[in-house]
Write a protein that binds this ligand. Structure first.
Ligand code: PEP
Length: 249
């Protein structure tokens, strides 16, 4: 059992209108009633951030953004800054998600700059890494995530308030997951890379698993070695599905 408090994080992606606030209120009421051992966080679309922060005020759910630019402000039409996320009520931000890397061509260098911007603003970055199916088939899963961790956290000192999420690209939204021993092998390698980059502080960075986590597989995945929580997409949209995962932590 890891001494790190687990984090169960729900990435709503580009889902959610005003009516999603009711689902979040239901989730928050259940979390408050059951006081799970895990921290719980929701990452809504930017349009819902401040309304969600208002709706969940005083309740034990943290709120995060799904992306940000590195700069505090500027002529960047359509983007949001780390400081704007804080202003809207966020305390965390997902960075380097594979959908950002695929659809917006985000590199590790850009993700590292975003991590620095998030830390400057006081946000806790959840830095996503993970191999493609081709990389896994070529035996390059561990080498890929080690390279991503080293590059994305290159400018971090002391591991202050950083989270890493291992999300194999082929497992996201596919219903497929690696075996527990495959997850443990990659998480163990990430722990080693974190200690190389951050020294002893790398031992305290939570490492989440993400990719087709649901109620039925959560207990097995969350009890794996070096797994300190989960980043959940589809199964975070309905309070009853997400609660089943939170309860498994
Ligand atoms: C994700 O998008 O971060 C994710 C893990 O999605 P899903 O749980 O739907 O696979």
């Amino acid at each position: 059992m890891s001494p790190i408090r687990p984090l169960i994080a729900g990435n709503w992606k580009m889902h959610g209108l005003e009516s999603a606030l009711d689902e979040a209120r239901l989730l928050a009421a259940t979390v408050e009633a059951r006081s799970p051992s895990a921290r719980v966080a929701i990452f809504p679309p930017a349009t819902l951030l401040s309304r969600l922060a208002h709706a969940l005020e005083g309740l034990p759910i943290e709120i995060g953004g799904q992306d940000c630019r590195p700069e505090p402000s500027g002529a960047f039409t359509g983007d949001v800054s780390p400081e704007m996320l804080v202003d809207a009520g966020a305390s965390l931000v997902i960075l380097g998600h594979s959908e950002r890397r695929a659809y917006h061509h985000e590199s590790d260098v850009l993700v590292a700059a975003k991590v620095a911007g998030a830390l400057r603003a006081g946000l806790e970055p959840v830095v996503c890494v993970g191999e493609s199916l081709e990389e896994r088939r070529a035996g390059l899963a561990v080498a890929t995530v080690e390279r991503q961790v080293r590059a994305c956290l290159a400018d971090v000192s002391g591991g202050q308030g950083v989270v890493v999420a291992y999300e194999p690209v082929w497992a996201i939204g596919s219903g497929l997951t690696p075996s527990v021993s495959e997850i443990e092998a990659v998480h163990g390698a990430i722990r080693g890379a974190l200690q190389t980059v951050l020294g002893a502080a790398g031992g305290a960075v939570p490492i989440l698993y993400g990719g087709s986590v649901k109620g039925a597989n959560a207990a097995e995945i969350l009890s794996a070695e070096h797994v300190d929580g989960a980043l959940v997409g589809g199964a975070s949209l309905k309070a009853s599905d997400f609660i089943a995962i939170i309860q498994a932590a």
